[in-house]
Design a binder for this molecule. Structure first.
Ligand code: 5GP
Ligand code: ZN
Length: 115
C-alpha cells in the first residue's frame, strides 16, 4: 500500500469507489469520469507504478487483469459488441494515476485512430 496513492486507497476501502469486482489479486471499479457507457478500471491490489516497474514474476498477475476484464465485459453485456482495453504508461502515454491499471471501455463504437 502506498499512502499517497488514490487507487491503493480505493483497494483498501479507505476512500469509496464503485467496486464491481474484487479478488486476492485484483480490484475493479468504475472510472469517476467515464468516457463511455462502460468504463471500468482494473488494478492489481498491490501497488505497482506502471509497466516500467513490472518484474517477470508479475506475468501471471498481468494475465489475470485481462481475464478479469473478459469476465467484466460479459457481465456488462459488451462481450459480443466489443470493447477496448487501454493501459497508459508515463507522461507521453497520458498516465495520470501512477498505480498500474487497465481501462475497460465499451458500450459504444470506439473511434480510430488512437493517439
Ligand atoms: P490514466 O489517465 O492514468 O490512464 O487513468 C486514470 C483514470 O483514473 C482516469 O480515467 C480518471 O478519470 C480516473 N480516476 C482518477 N481519480 C479517480 C478516483 O478517485 N476514483 C475513480 N473511480 N477514478 C478515478
Ligand atoms: Zn497504489
Amino acid at each position: 500500500m502506498n499512502n499517497d496513492c488514490i487507487f491503493c486507497k480505493i483497494v483498501s476501502g479507505d476512500i469509496p469507489g464503485a467496486i464491481v469486482y474484487r479478488d486476492e489479486q485484483a480490484t475493479a471499479f468504475r472510472d469517476i469520469n467515464p468516457v463511455a457507457p462502460t468504463h471500468i478500471l482494473i488494478v492489481p491490489n498491490r501497488h505497482i507504478e506502471s509497466v516500467s516497474t513490472l518484474e517477470p514474476a508479475d506475468e501471471p498477475l498481468m494475465g489475470h487483469l485481462f481475464t478479469v476484464a473478459r469476465g467484466l465485459a460479459e457481465k456488462e453485456g459488451i462481450d459480443k459488441t466489443g470493447y477496448r482495453l487501454i493501459s497508459n504508461h508515463g507522461a507521453d502515454g497520458g498516465q495520470t494515476v501512477f498505480h498500474l491499471h487497465v481501462h475497460l471501455i465499451g458500450g459504444q463504437r470506439m473511434k480510430h485512430p488512437m493517439g
